[in-house]
Design a protein around this ligand. Sequence first.
Ligand code: KG4
Ligand code: ZN
Length: 340
Amino acid sequence: MATRRILGIETSCDETSAAVLRLEDGRPILDSLVILSQDVHRIFGGVVPELASREHLRTIGPVVDRALAEAGIGATQLDGIAVTAGPGLVGALLVGLMYGKGLAYGLGRPLIGIHHHEGHLFAPTLEDPRLAPPFVALLVSGGHTLLLDVEAWGRYRLLGQTQDDAAGEAFDKVGTLLGLSYPAGAAIERLAATGTPGRFTFPRPMLKQGWHFSFSGLKTAVLRAVRASDDLERDRADIARDFQDAAIDVLVEKTARATLELGRDTAVLAGGVACNRALAQALSARLGSAARVATASPRLNTDNAAMIAAAGAWRLGLGERSEFTLEPFDSGPLPGLLRD
Ligand code: KG4
Ligand code: ZN
């Protein structure tokens, strides 16, 4: 039986993460996953790039060591190293990339740089190994909102993306308006669950038009409602509820329409906002028996190294290798992005 072990490293934003993924005849088994979330940013209400780099530098060694120890192996038992090369904060990415390069070079093992979004797309395969393209994917995170048709692994057709704020960014900014600490997505979901719907009428930008998204108008409408409230303590949960309902309506409408029009039998929700249970439930309800909704558990939907190892295992399996001259990048298209 062929066993291969891939180390994944992720440092694109404010999580320092390492994972060991074991492949038994191609079947993925997650032997370890360590995620260290940087608390330092909370007091600033957003990620401070310079502080993120310093924290990664301080913790990358222990995080990788811990992932190896939990997997019960030494570094020499690794068959390859997959590391996020971008998009993200360049100074933060650099830490993981340099560490991965050093390990790969020292061990004489192949290195593969992974696009962070491709990692998110692979996350659900860790718990659902049968999941395979073609499928429609909604990738919703703090930095991105992408609607993709995944024709095959490595063949990604971009259908739509946000024209302004990302979905997660809208949750986080509304969270700030409601006095919640950063990142606020999960707290908004909890607050919304206690709210009464329908008291506030928020816009559903570009609901029926095309595939693109826009969230800044919705955010501004929430800002107006917060300013107009004479008792925010009373209104908070209802505002959270109506904001979340509006955001979900738009995300669900476009994802469902794409899935049905393209005749795909699966819609994948990926990225941090995919942790939102109300989103997954609304998409399932809208698709009915026409398609199923696949999404990973929250620990694998937010930034983590297991998803990077999964994408890396696939690319290394194809014989792909990155050069040691590989540089981090702050933005850039998915590899294999198809343009019409
Ligand atoms: O994918 P991710 O961990 O990092 C990026 O690559 O950006 O996504 C983080 C984002 C944050 O904006 C956070 O507020 C949001 O995901 N998020 C949620 C929920 N959990 C995390 N948004 C809505 N509902 C949630 N339950
Ligand atoms: Zn992410």
